[in-house]
Ligand binder design. Sequence first.
Ligand SMILES: [Zn+2]
Length: 126
Amino acid sequence: MLEQLCPCCSGKPFDSCCRLYLSGKAYPGKAEALMRSRFSAFVTGNLPYLRKTWHPDTCPELTSEDLNTQWSRLEVIRSKPGLKKSIVEFKAWFVEDGTERALHEISLFKLYKKRWVYVEPLSEWP
Ligand SMILES: [Zn+2]
């Protein structure tokens, strides 16, 4: 059987990439890895993981309807790692009506209880 590649487009096998985080065996030590694992959580429909990795102040009420998007691939454009705050710019591609479109976002991540969590989108690169 062929090894399943990670949905986050890292080129690594799923088992040695985001699955480690999605299964709870490990927690991403870097904001970019967290961002990638959240994309994989959207792809695989892992709502508990999305809640766990969202800052409690900004986490919306997530339902299975939030998982209806047909994600196709992830493209990390740049990231700015920091000690307590990190920023990642990416394009998350999805298919709608047979056309591939991208959600382009600059995301803010913060260290919360010693773990990286997603906070919110920023309007521009700082
Ligand atoms: Zn991955």
